[in-house]
Design a protein around this ligand. Structure first.
Ligand SMILES: [Zn+2]
Length: 256
């Protein structure tokens, strides 16, 4: 089982004076379990301060990300959007928020968000800066970021590597691996489990194979290898998968 993408309900900024609170449109309303949990926890923390977590964007399909990129390139959309394969939106791990509704200064929001494993994409808490509204729930893919930032891989920038790893983990494609998505997923898993295998490039070279062997994963039959890797990742990062964790999260917070 891949890391699940859940259909969720979160308040969005798309209401009007007559119906101010509407949920995020269904096509965008998908996230990983740990991202949902983080958003609900952050929403509860903001509500204590008289604010709220109101979303303007969350999941983007390949086509939606492609359109966002085209609109950015043509100047129709001001906010930077990378081509498909480079955004945590495509993994249900990034969300954009209405900064006018958080009820706290942006710097305070950063502190709250960080407590729940959610990070900004800009360097200083300046609400007027482009992308000040964008936040990432990096999860275990932060390990891929750190691996590349430490120079263990050099074919991708750290953020691109993290995004690719996150997208593969929800079972979606990343063009740069040229159809070798399962192989790249195995490499993403190995990196997150602490192995040094060089680049995540979709090629099962000697270092990747040696690491898979060490874990007892038989790499020749890809679907089996992917299944075995999923089980190991589920064990190591249960809150990115677990349904019991989610049931707990639903019963605790509920939905408005
Ligand atoms: Zn965004």
């Amino acid at each position: 089982m891949k890391n699940p993408l859940l259909s969720i309900q979160m308040p969005s900024c798309y209401g009007d004076a007559h119906s101010p609170s509407v949920f995020l449109p269904k096509r965008m309303a998908k996230s990983t379990p740990d991202t949902l949990r983080a958003m609900l926890d952050i929403a509860a923390a903001l509500q204590n301060e008289g604010g709220d977590l109101i979303l303007s964007d969350l999941f983007r399909s390949y086509d939606m990300q492609w359109q966002a990129y085209v609109d950015y390139r043509s100047g129709k959309k001001k906010a930077f959007s990378p081509p498909p394969g480079g955004s945590l939106h495509e993994a249900g791990r990034a969300f954009d928020i209405d900064l006018s509704r958080i009820g706290v200064p942006l710097a305070t929001f950063w502190e709250i968000a960080q407590e729940y494993g959610v990070f900004p994409i800009i360097d200083t808490p300046n609400p007027n800066q482009n992308e000040a509204w964008h936040f990432d729930c990096r999860g275990s893919h932060a390990l891929v970021y750190r691996y590349y930032a430490a120079g263990q891989g050099n074919n991708l920038k750290p953020y691109e590597a993290m995004a690719a790893s996150a997208i593969l983990s929800v079972g979606l494609k990343v063009d740069r691996f040229r159809g070798h998505n399962d192989q790249a997923f195995l490499q993403s898993g190995l990196i997150r489990l602490g192995y040094r295998i060089g680049n995540m490039d979709g090629i099962l070279g000697p270092r990747t194979r040696a690491a898979l062997d060490e874990l007892g994963i038989a790499s020749p039959v890809l679907p089996n290898a992917v299944g075995q890797m999923e089980l190991l990742l589920q064990e190591r990062f249960p809150n990115e998968y677990s349904s019991s964790y989610l049931t707990d999260c639903f019963s605790k917070e509920g939905y408005r």
